[in-house]
Design a protein around this ligand. Sequence first.
Ligand SMILES: Nc1ncnc2c1ncn2[C@@H]1O[C@H](COP(=O)(O)OP(=O)(O)OP(=O)(O)O)[C@@H](O)[C@H]1O
Ligand SMILES: [Mg+2]
Length: 583
Amino acid sequence: MLELKDVCFTIQKDGDPLNLIDRASLKIPRGHFMAIVGPSGCGKTTLLKTIAGLNPESDGSLWWNGRNLSEEGDLEPWEIGYVPQFSIAYDQLSVDESVEAATRLRVKTKGATDLDDRIDKVLEETGLAPIADRQVSVLSGGQKRRLGLAMELVSRPKLLLCDEVTSGLDPRSEHEIVNLLHDISRREGRIVLSVTHSLAHLELYDSILVLHEGRVAYHGTPEQLTHYFSVDHTELVYPQLAKQAAEKWHSSWLKHSGTYYEKLEHNRQNLVNQGLLELPADEFKDPEKEVIAKEDEIRAPGLISQFNTLLGRRMRIFFRDRGQVFLQLAILICFPILVVLFSPRANENMRKFTDGSGATLQQKMEERAGVQADRLKVGSAVSGIIMFQVVLLSLMGSNNAAREIAGERQIFEKEKFGGVSPVAYLMSKVVFLAGLILIQSLWMAGFVELFWSFKGSFADHAIFLVLVNAAMTSICLGISSLMRTAEKASLLSVYLVGFQLPLSGAVLALPEAVEPITRPFISAYWAWSGSVKSLSSDYISALSSISETQLSSVNLCFFILLIHIMIGLVASWIGTSRPQWEH
Ligand SMILES: Nc1ncnc2c1ncn2[C@@H]1O[C@H](COP(=O)(O)OP(=O)(O)OP(=O)(O)O)[C@@H](O)[C@H]1O
Ligand SMILES: [Mg+2]
């Protein structure tokens, strides 16, 4: 039994409290199918989220089988299924892959057979078995809703909350989905609450809850709805609601609720007597002494198991997304080639000063001019190549991570609500991106090395290339995790890369007043500087003579880049652990 006692959800508007849900009291027995209806903006979604625990109630209390949820802890993630209006599946996966991932993420299964049985059962139950191999991207609206339901049913939740799962469907699909929800509520004593705009098929529900401006205006059987509102047809309920203030409807409901609840109970007894309602053995007879039998407990899988599932799914989605693979390959191949174009100049020999004995003054002057010209030419080419590598890897880093979390935010929020650990999620992202970073950076270093050999410690140079890519990827992952939309995250990441080159000081020295402020943030400077410092000493002195920008020590560059990586990871952690549902 789910019970709401004077539940309020209050927000502050212009400094005053505003009740979006106002003293909602309801009793919903197990195996019950309830519709939540009401005009747009009346608080249906808000009520559903309050019941789900996503909106903490400001006043009143929620009870589940005699347990006060606010005092004794919310329902376990597996006990609740929440089907939002948006699609929660990845387009690149097939129907059964989506259901499989949902099962692996939410349920600790007992081996492969148990996993397969669960998947098959859910696919059967939701009528998706015949199209199990189909890719999500080609599913119809109704099939997508079924998949959304299937992905919730994998944990056999006791409470299923659906938000507008029929909106936008044609009448036949709508009918099918409402029927499906009805059937789901008839099994295992499951409570199904469904928010809907549509006043069609109300007869399939056990009860209808009419909300008006956050207040309960009616909660009773579908048959008595028109009678209560004194109208001939359900379509006329909304116009009738508007005729009276919400407060009046609420008090009128409080006055009559007793008789309507009797009728509900009567209907329920009929269903039980006819054997139409399957209730678990632990269904209590005496509501005062509710005893919950220990069912075979479903437990959430461990961190490592979730991590494996998430990483496996991420790789699969990556390789299925042809556009993404093509883009990554194109970048991987073209960027180093661009750098190599500059190699002939950097390969030229730098003349060195001779000991000058026996030379005339004119010869000495010519030699000096020649050596300096060489230093300028070769030194700037070498500096340019290193900077070019650094900037292109920064670009790859931003491309790697900018959309990584923001692009799937709602799916992640949903999965987090279903019990997926943010640590497992972040770990899967870090490992996936680390793979990309290593391939991109080492390939860049190695490929360029074939055409222009790094005159110094190549290992240090390669490490700096890996670090700059990692720093930019990590910072952009942080941005992706903190931003609300993928568009915002991409834009910010592009700006961040755009500023790297001009603010690095590698091309033009910055004004003295600006440099100390911007420098700590510019990963490209630290990677460039560290790489240049790894060159042999004649190159370092050649570069120092042509650039006013001070170089920093290899160790300092190394540590600052590590700090950038850490900052990015901390930002990613903050962004993933705080809830960011759309309203
Ligand atoms: N967290 C929030 N902060 C401020 N206002 C909110 C918040 N959540 C909801 N609202 C406001 O509360 C009202 C009820 O919103 P809700 O989404 O519950 O309506 P609804 O009945 O689901 O509407 P619809 O049928 O259009 O989906 C709206 O006016 C909405 O703007
Ligand atoms: Mg809504």
